[in-house]
Write a protein that binds this ligand. Sequence first.
Ligand code: TYM
Length: 321
Amino acid sequence: MTRLSGITPSGHVQLGNYLGAVRRWAAEREPADLFFVSDLHAMTTPHRPQRLRALTREQFAVLLAAGIDPDSLFVQSDLAGELGALNWILECTCGFGEAARMTQFKDRGAGQHSVRVGLLTYPVLMAADILLQGATEVPVGSDQDQHVELARTLARRFNAAFGEVFAVPRAVVPKTAARIRDLSDPGRKMEKSTLQSPGVVFVLDEPDVIRRKFRRAVTDGLDDVRYEPDTRPGGANLLEILAACNDISPYAAASAAGTYAELKEVVAEAVIEQLRPVRERARELLDDPAELDRVRSRGAKRARDRAQPRLQAALRVTGLR
Ligand code: TYM
């Protein structure tokens, strides 16, 4: 089994990223695991180079601080050559309609004056990430499920057309915390690229900031706390966060809760305790850029070496060698 997954430096790592993905990546350590900061994916909308560089470093430090094995970590653009080659090959097996159907493309592209081609082909580059490394399991939140499904389709199609080169991957989505919602707008998911939302909790937020954000969380205007995600999404979100932090079910979290005001305090403290060691370790790592660079270049070499045989096979069977 090879697990692989990535996170895009389009903003600071937020609680949904952590509970839905990063924490699970760190929970089991398999020698074949690979996790990365997907900086190439951060260029599909206008970006500033200086900020991209800083966020890439920050996310790399957070992944390390979360307990991911340093030998499993790399930065996507350190494999820009290998990924660029496979990305092109896969683009030439993917239909325009298949890419345009992706809900994230439709959501992010909606209402935009001009949409970059990179936003359309974003999931193909994800497929390249996954297939290049022979990943079999892709631990993600539910918003990435559809993209992993496309990677499955492209792997099968490629293998059928040219011969068995790629493993066929599957998404692994958690039972709780697969889609954490914005605290101030439970109609939308929590997203790191949301600008200035009081409803996005960041992994590096100080405890007081986290308390304030939870105190202001939108709930359902009802007194009794119940887990009803469809009709009471704000309250259900708090219960899912608490359940994920304490490794219990959201129903169990609901039956132990008092009022919403009390629940908000309890969830805030549980989140603070979850994030405290990560924040403290990440701050230390960010003070030691030389160590971060060392881990980064070791990871890059390892990921590149692992990618080579599969890339060479893909070039060969498609007639490019
Ligand atoms: P990204 O950076 O948007 O998210 C990183 C991971 O966090 C999960 N996630 C959430 N989980 C629960 N609740 C939320 N509100 C929430 N928001 C985000 C995401 O599902 C994801 O698992 N394109 C990817 C990165 C990527 C990748 C890949 C992933 C690039 N190549 C190959 C898997 C395989 C992305 O931008 O994730």
